[in-house]
Design a protein. Structure first.
Length: 98
């Protein structure tokens, strides 16, 4: 079991009205505020895949912000988030929108 200070990798698949509304930009802004590296990628099925690496506590805070209902200031509309936790790979520097 990981503690809050341990580095972790969060992969979250966000569904809802999250493409073409500035959602990936919003995710990037939140992730950078939390000191996380990663990506926010539009998927063909309309979801956005968010990959974030950094302190587990910071990844958890990002996940809370993705799930928050309602979330004033977050563009689009999130109807669900599925998450997977794994060991960090260290293969991402900064935070990219794809």
């Amino acid at each position: 079991m990981m503690d809050d200070q341990e580095t972790a990798r969060l992969t979250a698949w966000v569904r809802g009205h999250v493409q073409g509304v500035g959602f990936r930009w919003w995710v990037r802004s939140r992730a950078l505020e939390l000191g996380l590296d990663g990506t926010a990628t539009n998927l063909r099925d309309g979801r956005v895949e968010v990959v974030a690496e950094g302190p587990r506590e910071s990844c958890g805070l990002l996940l809370e912000q993705l799930r928050a209902q309602p979330s004033p200031g977050r563009p689009g509309r999130v109807s669900g988030v599925v998450e997977r936790w794994s060991d960090p790979r260290g293969d991402i520097s900064g935070f990219l929108e794809r």
